[in-house]
Design a protein around this ligand. Sequence first.
Ligand code: SF4
Length: 380
Amino acid sequence: MSMLVPKSASPADDFAAYRELENDELAARISAARQTLGRRLLILGHHYQQDEVIAHSDLRGDSLQLSQRAAESRDCEAIVFCGVHFMAETADILANRPQRLSQRGGLRVPVVLPDMAAGCSMADMAEIEQVESCWEELGEVIDTGDLTPVTYINSAASLKAFCGRHGGIVCTSSNAEAVLRWAFERTGRVLFFPDQHLGRNTARRMGVALDAMPVWNPYEDLGGQPEAVLEQSRVILWQGHCSVHQMFRPEHIDRLRAQHPGIKILVHPECMMEVVDEADLVDSTGYILRQIEAAPPGTEWAVGTELHLVNRLKEEHPEQAIHFLSPVVCMCATMYRIDLAHLCWSLEHLVAGEPVNVIQVDEETARWSLVALERMLEVK
Ligand code: SF4
């Protein structure tokens, strides 16, 4: 591999120089690095990523799709994940699982997150120590042997590992209902984290009553719930949310319906229940994309999900009238941290054989996370 970056004391030192470059130059250097690395490199672009980064990605999708497709690639020797931290962790767990490692003679595929500050506010709302003490406290009130922990894929690997260790499972927004059904076949109760909205919206659709879904506040004793409420619960919801989808409000729907009679409201299940109740259609990102693609030309939509995805839908489907559901900007600010400068910087370090920002989940955490992920992949 050729050396495209000057050696420096630390990657942080040379990143400052990339900040000074114009986008045209960054784009040209990214293309050159991609050409040098060829099929050995996979750049993954999450649906919520900004267009100028998506333009350089080999695959576009949601976090699980991207991780799975990268893990299946035969030629790939390095992954650059233009998403957020938990996504890069999942890619590392799947791409470097024991079976794939032995096929590659023990060689790891480094997974690079171009900016380490690209985290997820929802994932950060449930820390492993909080989840562990929640489990312990719950054990004083209810039988945790009859409780399945379910974590949304938007969570740290340590939480996925917790689920793996405790007979639990991971879910995505597209399989949450099937996963909850799986959990209820095994136990009478579920502890769902970190997104209360996905948990509530899904369980309610399955017929679980709202008063059987108390919210666990990790900053209060016993989650801020009376023992009797926990004893009667079916789904204990973690007090977490997505700061992007939380911004959509029922009044946004009312306003658009008044302005555009006949408009269809399509929202993601990370939105609050009051929004979901008023929407016409509610489901995952993949479902949102399929609905728009399949609709007859001239259909009018208001879409309640991340701004970059909705703007891209507008561009790619000029035959539809697509509106963003909220009058205010709802974008994933942490994902937006991945820009051309970070992408160029991380790629040129890969070309130089000096990868930066490599996300590597420790062996024990990866092992148990994989157990919970594989349980999910078997759920139909
Ligand atoms: S959109 Fe929400 S859940 Fe998704 S990465 Fe951003 S903060 Fe996290």
